[in-house]
Design a protein around this ligand. Structure first.
Ligand SMILES: Cc1cc2nc3c(=O)[nH]c(=O)nc-3n(C[C@H](O)[C@H](O)[C@H](O)COP(=O)(O)OP(=O)(O)OC[C@H]3O[C@@H](n4cnc5c(N)ncnc54)[C@H](O)[C@@H]3O)c2cc1C
Length: 378
């Protein structure tokens, strides 16, 4: 059977690779005319790397990325507030968290496709479904009948809008700048992700390769994110440790990505007839736990296994039943962390910081354990 996928993002590509491994042919339809490398980094956490180990891609990703053995939250001056030591999980699951350039990850995934066909310049415009088949209409005028369809077309998914039109995209009222700095961090930071929290803003950074540090900066806004200018970035983070200024100054300003933070309010239906949603199309989350792509990757592998083990509709139902409660916990926790990170009241911030310092490392580890453990069918 041929399975069709809308969207060649991390979720769609990983789904195609996982389905190929189970013997399926896939066709991927992507709106973009060319796959352009995204100039930012990404952290592939332990759960995603366990999946890539199963798909035979771990070594290649490790070779092109940088291992991260601890994730720290600090004050603006980089004094520590909390730390998750990842060495426990490295030993338990025999994989490491990897920070990597998004463009390189994209390339690795595309090169891993063997029997799938990738159709660029195919923007899905309309979808008509019944129990047997779906009719896909693209903006380029082409129409295709699909026996089995997976919507991996991101937060603004057209597939989702046809299946479940009444879904709410929430705006967290935070602007995010992302860049790659020509820089080498001091050795003590080389295998860590550090995220510094200030007043209604934060700044994260991680070495992704030699001479390349991926950083992201967020700031709350009231009415519109247009009240901020990328040229003033250094000023917004003037109170931070001087390292932050150096990272911004060593970045080409025109290559900085700017986006408002949004997510999809948790919804309880991910499939209908012969169509199933995965990744951001099903459950876009704010990036506060660095889990959006990781959850898409776990979805991809779990769905491929379900499709191999069960009849198609049963597969979708089991996929949703097992994945949805866990993913929704991550969506909700991410949303909450975003609010806590940007507290404006100084007293609440001081209490928050004290609580973070007092939280035993076992508690932080337990939270990560719940996320890193793959569902049983895998
Ligand atoms: C600032 C920021 C930092 C992040 N950091 C991390 C991190 O460190 N770790 C992590 O795990 N996650 C992170 N994420 C989240 C992660 O980027 C997303 O969750 C992930 O990219 C989702 O993958 P996806 O394939 O589901 O969707 P997408 O990446 O959105 O891919 C969807 C694809 O579908 C295509 N498409 C859309 N509409 C159509 C259409 N109508 N027809 C055809 N094609 C279409 C798009 O062009 C795109 O290629 C971050 C997100 C942000 C915003």
């Amino acid at each position: 059977m041929t399975i069709d996928i809308i969207g060649a993002g991390i979720g769609g590509l990983t789904t195609a690779i996982a389905l190929e491994k189970k013997g399926y042919n896939t066709r991927i339809f992507e709106q973009a005319k060319a796959i352009k490398p995204v100039g930012a980094g990404i952290i592939l956490a332990n759960n995603a790397m366990q999946v890539f180990e199963k798909l035979g891609l771990r070594a290649e990703i490790e070779e092109h990325g940088n291992p991260i053995s601890s994730m720290n939250i600090t004050k603006a001056d980089l004094k520590p507030l909390s730390k998750v030591d990842l060495s426990f999980f490295e030993q338990k699951y025999q994989v490491k968290n990897i920070a990597i350039h998004r463009g390189i990850l994209q390339k690795i995934l595309i090169n891993a496709l063997k029997n799938s066909s990738l159709h660029l310049h195919h923007h899905l415009d309309k979808l008509e479904t019944n129990q047997e088949t779906s009719l896909l209409s693209f903006k380029n005028g082409k129409q295709i009948q699909s026996p089995m369809l997976i919507g991996a077309d991101g937060i603004h998914s057209v597939v989702r809008q046809y299946l479940f039109p009444k879904q709410e995209i929430r705006n967290a009222k935070q602007i995010c700048w992302r860049g790659i700095s020509q820089f080498n961090l001091p050795p003590k930071y080389s295998n860590e992700l550090n995220e510094a929290w200030g007043k209604e803003n934060r700044f994260g950074f991680v070495q992704i390769a030699k001479d390349k540090v991926y950083w992201y900066a967020l700031k709350s806004f009231k009415e519109s994110s247009e009240e901020f200018q990328v040229e003033d970035l250094e000023n917004y983070f003037a109170q931070y440790n001087p390292l932050v200024q150096q990272l911004i100054l060593n970045t080409v300003k025109t290559q900085i990505h700017i986006a408002e933070m949004t997510d999809l309010k948790p919804n309880y239906s991910w499939y209908k007839d012969n169509v199933c949603l995965i990744g951001d199309a099903a459950h876009a989350m704010t990036p506060n736990m660095g889990q959006g792509a990781c959850q898409s990757i776990v979805d991809a592998y779990f769905l491929a296994n379900c499709m191999y083990k069960y009849k198609p509709l049963e597969a979708f139902s089991i996929f949703q039943k097992i994945r949805l409660p866990n993913v929704h916990k991550v969506v909700k926790t991410s949303w909450m962390i975003g609010k806590i990170a940007h507290l404006s009241n100084p007293i609440l911030r001081a209490i928050r910081n004290q609580l973070m310092k007092w939280t035993p490392s076992a508690v932080n580890r337990k939270q990560s354990e719940q996320i890193f453990q793959l569902p049983n069918l895998l």
